[in-house]
Every structure is written in C-alpha cells, then in structure tokens.
Design a protein around this ligand. Structure first.
Ligand code: NAD
Length: 258
C-alpha cells in the first residue's frame, strides 16, 4: 500500500516539540517532506540534518515568516499540499488582574497567526488545485475552564475561523479543519503535570482516565492532512479521551443501575 503522504509536502508550525514534533515525525514516516517552523531554534534542532525536513526558525505572528515557510516548501520540495497551523501558547490568570498584553499575545499567536498561515498557504494550494489546512485548537475552545478564559477565547475563535474559512475555500478543494486535543503530555502542560493533585484530578475527569500523548493527536492531524480526508471540511474534532462526550454531571460511582 502506498504511504498516506507519499510525495506530499507539508508545513508544520510549532514543530520544535509536543504535538508539532510528533506531527512532523508521523508525516515523514508516511512519505511527506515537511517544512518545520518554530520560534525556538534550540528545540527545533532535532529536525536538522534530515533531508526530508526543512527548518524555518521564526515567529508565526509575522506575515513574512509565513510567506517564507511557503516559499521554502516550493523551492526545496516543489509545492505545498498541507499546512498544519499548530503553534500556540497557553494563557491563564485572574479575570481582573491578568495583564491585557498577555491576552493580546495569546490572540496574536493562537488566532491571528493562524489567519496569516492560511493566507500564505492558499495561493500555493490553488496552484496545486487542492490543499489541506489543519489547525490545532483545543477542547478548551469548545467550553470554559477555571482561570483559562483567555485561552478559551482564543481557541473558540480559531474553531470558528476554521469553519468560516472552510466554507470560503470548499469549492476549490481546499479543506480547513481543526483538532481539539484534551490534556496532552507536552511541554505546554509540564507545569500542570508537576502538581500531583492537579494531574490526578484532571486524569480522573477524563472518561479514559488518562492523559493523551502527542502521537495520538498527531495521528488525527495526519489523517485530516491526507488525501483520504477529501470530503471532510469545517470540522473541529475532539481528540480528548471522551471529555467532550461527558456532561460531567455525575461521577461513575453516583450512577445507580436499576
Ligand atoms: P508545546 O509547548 O510542546 O509546543 C508548542 C510549540 O509552539 C513550541 O515549540 C513553541 O516554541 C511554539 N510556538 C509558540 N509560540 C510561537 C510563535 N509565536 N511562533 C512560532 N512558534 C511558536 O505544546 P503542545 O501541547 O505541543 O502545543 C501545540 C498546540 O496544541 C498548541 O496550539 C496548543 O494550544 C494546543 N493544545 C495543547 C494541549 C495540551 O494539553 N498539550 C491541549 C489542547 C491544545
């Protein structure tokens, strides 16, 4: 069987670690060549020296960086089939006290940069006659969390950006989708995971009773970025061990079997 991404070219942002790195790894293992983008040059160095990967270091908040990534995809690998807009930052804090600049930064990275990534990618995808855009949103974009209103707002915004963009691009064969990971073991969640009680409580709130891995999120991204997902557009798929399936009204032991 031909590997799902054989001969295809993708961009992955936030590729230095976590879900982005796992996505680069699964895409190249399935035959793709990938432009790996991140602001953290040191962590991104894992990708250097592999001729299936081109490394671009910079801040996704800048239009030029997004254009550069697309140009590298064209110059090094001959075009662009998929772009995975995964770079993101968390933001939590007191509703009244958190500096407004942190709110602005979260929106710049988690929402505005996604729009810049889409705008940069579409002309190259039009040249190919099709394309796949996949954004890493979050279960936190589908409902609220304590002290995470800023992050909640950015991820909800990006989910609806995906839906709207999907409609505008649908007739051209360019799909736009999101994955909504639940708690996933990456650098972003290292601090939370270092607090044993918080880690355990969160684990207990997940119907599967465990955190997800970056590889489990990357597997769904790889599907959405593949030719097989040709009739899927405008969706936000939870990859969350059942969190969003659960109303959370009962704990399992409160349910009485009649
Ligand atoms: P991570 O911290 O391991 O990876 C995020 C990457 O984004 C980092 O390498 C970071 O350097 C990069 N980045 C941040 N700002 C950037 C910028 N301005 N320009 C370029 N690169 C930048 O964390 P992760 O969990 O792999 O996060 C990936 C995505 O998944 C994020 O969008 C995050 O919001 C989302 N997400 C994570 C979880 C989780 O539990 N880990 C849950 C839901 C959604």
């Amino acid at each position: 069987m031909t590997p799902a991404h054989q001969g295809r070219v993708a961009i992955v942002t936030g590729a230095a670690s976590g879900i982005g790195r796992a996505t680069v790894e699964v895409l190249i293992s399935q035959g793709a060549r990938v432009v790996a983008v991140d602001i953290d040059a040191e962590r991104l160095s894992w990708a250097a020296g592999d001729d299936r990967v081109a490394v671009v270091t910079g801040d996704v908040r800048f239009e030029d960086l997004n254009s550069e990534a697309v140009q590298v995809a064209i110059d090094r690998f001959g075009g662009l089939d998929a772009t995975i807009l995964n770079a993101g930052v968390s933001a939590s804090g007191d509703l009244l006290e958190m500096p407004i600049e942190r709110f602005d930064t979260a929106f710049e990275v988690n929402v505005r940069a996604v729009l810049l990534g889409i705008r940069a990618a579409v002309p190259a995808m039009r040249a190919r006659g099709s394309g796949r855009i996949c954004v890493t949103a979050s279960t936190s974009g589908l409902a609220g969390d304590p002290s995470m209103w800023a992050y909640n707002a950015t991820k909800a915004a990006v989910v609806n950006l995906v839906r709207g963009a999907a409609i505008d691009l649908a007739a051209e064969g360019i799909t736009v989708n999101a994955v909504c990971p639940g708690p996933t073991e990456t650098n972003m969640t290292a601090r939370v995971r270092s607090l044993p009680q918080v880690y355990k409580d969160l684990r207990r709130s997940i119907p599967m009773q465990r955190w997800g891995s970056a590889e489990e999120i990357a597997a769904v991204i790889a599907f959405l970025a593949s030719p097989a997902a040709s009739f899927v557009t405008g969706v936000a798929i939870p990859v969350d061990g059942g969190i969003t399936a659960n109303t959370g009204q009962f704990t399992p032991r409160e349910i009485q079997h009649e």
